[in-house]
Design a protein around this ligand. Sequence first.
Ligand SMILES: O=C[C@H](O)COP(=O)(O)O
Length: 224
Amino acid sequence: MKKPVILINFKAYDTSFGKKGIDIAKKIEKISLEYSTEIIISVPPTEIYRISNEVSIPVYAEHVDANPLGAHTGSVTPEMVKDAGAEGTLINHSERRIRIDEIAEILSRARKLNLDTVVCVDRNELVKAIGTLEPTSILIEPPELIGSGISVSKARPEVITNAVEQVKEFPKVLLIAGAGITNGEDVSTALKLGAAGIGVASAVMKAKEPCKVVEEFVKSSLGN
Ligand SMILES: O=C[C@H](O)COP(=O)(O)O
């Protein structure tokens, strides 16, 4: 995972899977190559194999289950997403909360598999508890701003600065900020506040021209 982190979470929009999912992934890859910058996409479990075979940018899972391998119908485990082509995974997204013991279990298995990990937290009080588990990164997102079009950078800058301060205790862990990121200014403000990057979904997945949005984010992340 390279700084500045741009993580585009596909979620489960009608553009997130099938032909539309591949189209967006390819557009994002093109921008990544054009600007020589890493852009990570997290995609639905059904799309990991297909999209990771179609693009060269890092593909992450949006969620994994902590169950061991065995009789657990419907489970998607860290081992499965790694085998399907994922380079990392989101864990504990606000839309897919899990218990702290499950987070610890997944992190331990992801480490063995060499899978990057992005543990999501919804408030500053959780940053240290997750930091001690040493994920690759922590993504802080005030839930009320998710999908709102009002960015964490503008509406709750103190959430970012506080998390950045706390994460200093864990020098290997990157702090990413997300929720409501809509334009280049939201990205550059998050970086100025000390975040290592941003996480975004709706501004890209619901855009008429996702390319324009992603390009604006990339330019701002590179200080252009
Ligand atoms: O994972 C991404 C976040 O939940 C942000 O979503 P959003 O950009 O739609 O607010």
